[in-house]
Design a protein around this ligand. Structure first.
Ligand SMILES: O=C(O)COP(=O)(O)O
Ligand SMILES: [Mg+2]
Length: 224
């Protein structure tokens, strides 16, 4: 049982399956550049480190490495334009998310959303899915000088709510969430269904793994 005062939720792969829109935009960008489509399965393994890394990975067709810089400078604005028009056309919240958030709200936890997605996309996506008002703070990948796996966004949210790290819990889907939580001194629960670069999140040894946020009542002790 966890007894946090504050719970921070990751966005992509935890609350929202955003890959259908991201993959659509990757493939449309590639087409405009005269390059081959990458497809949803590949894009699923590349999400989680922000838009810039996603574009770089798409251009080289793999997780690690760097594309030609001139090509990247052409591709990145194309992707931003495409994703601005396709931020939430195909993205859906995962089953159990609404129930999990409603439970956390009714139980009185302070809630935040911490994502590596750029702010210009985070807010419209959360608004469209009816999730924006649920969070007392939203920290995006470009809100602060460093993003996850750096602990800075988590510490920033803890400071915002005046909560100590030992009273804080992160819920995420990737090794970046686990690393950020460990570095911040938070507990970490992971979703089994999200994006983790093709690896089983259990290999990163989070404190617990859930198949749905609807399982949260079984992991969270009632607030004192
Ligand atoms: O990589 C992104 O753009 C977002 O990823 P996150 O919401 O899982 O942090
Ligand atoms: Mg994620």
């Amino acid at each position: 049982m966890f007894r946090p005062k504050m719970i921070l939720c990751d966005l992509d792969g935890t609350l929202v399956d955003s890959v259908p829109d991201l993959a659509y935009c990757v493939d449309a960008m590639m087409a405009r550049l005269g390059l081959p489509a990458r497809g949803e399965a590949a894009v699923r393994d590349w999400v989680g480190n922000g838009v810039e890394r996603l574009v770089r990975r798409a251009l080289i067709g793999q997780l690690d490495g760097e594309p030609d810089e001139v090509l990247y400078q052409r591709a990145y604005p194309l992707f931003l334009e495409l994703y601005s028009a396709n931020t939430f056309n195909r993205s859906v919240i995962y089953p159990g998310v609404r129930e999990g958030i409603d439970f956390m709200k009714s139980a009185g936890y302070r809630l935040g959303c911490i994502t590596n997605k750029a702010a210009r996309f985070t807010e419209p996506l959360l608004q469209h899915l009816g999730l924006f008002e649920d969070f007392g703070i939203v920290v995006s990948g470009d809100t602060l000088p460093r993003k996850k796996p750096d602990p800075l966004p988590l510490m920033h949210a803890a400071g915002h709510f005046g909560v100590a790290p030992e009273d804080a819990l992160m819920i995420g889907d990737s090794v970046s969430d686990v690393s950020a939580a460990r570095a911040a001194g938070f507990k970490i629960i992971c979703t089994s269904y999200g994006y983790n670069h093709g690896q089983d999140i259990r290999d990163s040894q989070p404190d617990a793994v859930v198949d749905s946020l609807a399982e949260l009542p079984g992991h969270l002790a009632p607030q004192a």
